[in-house]
Design a protein around this ligand. Structure first.
Ligand code: G3H
Length: 257
């Protein structure tokens, strides 16, 4: 019984890897829409993958996004030799999330659990074009932006567009725009339609999508059957090379393809 379950998951991983064109896919049992421990299990395997990858890297810089899934990765972090040398940085500035879902918070938690170090990015939400431009000129901001851009590992969540826009208290105008353009996915503060086209992005400093694709390893962590459409859409623009997901999302994903 147990052996055939493991075999089923391996089979799901192979099928998704092929259909989304990824380097690696890991599927954990269960559905995180239904059981909270499934998110923690995705967190646990993400930590394992991070350690495996960082062991071979001379410089160890990890950029993280916010969200409840990456918060679960932080929760499952444990110290060891690779992690003590690791520098954690938030991938981008404020996106309108509550404190516990912000990249800065998760970054500090993860670094503390790993006994590594961290640098934060203090950027207010809803930047105007003017303040964006002047912030970019600040020497301290430039310094951390350079660190963020040199990250060799990026760990990020993927969200369902409407859920994310509402959670972040986006304006009526933005909500309407996302609705009109049929946004289905969100990652890094970018919103995508089902073909993976960018239809909106939150103006903030840090990694832009084109920087993300230059990173060595980009790992998406997202589960729950309700995110299948979002995962499929986001993966069409092809920035990430690894997906860590759960059985619920994996099965729903294969039905879409
Ligand atoms: O940044 C947020 C993610 O894209 C999704 O958030 O992990 O809470 O679903 P979540």
């Amino acid at each position: 019984e147990i052996m055939s379950d493991i075999f089923d998951l391996k089979d799901l991983e192979e099928q998704i890897k092929k259909s989304l064109g990824l380097v690696e896919v890991i599927v954990v049992p269960g559905d995180s829409d239904e059981a909270p421990w499934v998110k923690k299990e995705m967190g646990r395997v993400t930590v394992q993958l991070m350690k495996r990858h960082l062991a071979d890297e001379a410089s160890k810089i990890v950029a993280l996004t916010g969200g409840t899934t990456i918060a679960a990765v932080a929760e499952m972090m444990t110290p060891d030799s690779e992690m003590k040398e690791t520098l954690f940085v938030p991938a981008r500035g404020g996106l309108g999330e509550q404190v516990e879902n912000q990249a800065n918070t998760i970054c500090a938690t993860m670094a503390t659990k790993a006994m590594g170090s961290y640098r934060l990015l203090h950027v207010p939400d809803q930047l105007s074009q003017d303040s964006y431009s002047s912030l970019m000129e600040e020497p301290k901001v430039k310094e951390i932006l350079n660190l963020i851009r040199s990250a060799n590992l990026v760990i990020h969540g993927i969200g369902e567009a409407k859920t994310m826009a509402e959670r972040r208290g986006s304006s009526e105008e933005i909500l309407q725009n996302l609705n009109e353009k049929q946004a289905v996915a969100e990652a890094f503060g970018y919103y995508f339609n089902k073909d993976g086209d960018i239809i909106h992005r939150v103006l903030t400093i840090g990694l832009q999508l084109e920087d993300v694709s230059n990173s060595k390893l980009v790992v998406a962590v997202a589960g729950g059957a309700s995110k299948a459409q979002a995962i499929s859409a986001y993966m069409k623009q092809g920035t990430s090379n690894v997906l860590i997901t759960d059985e619920g999302a994996a099965k729903a994903l294969l039905q879409l393809h």
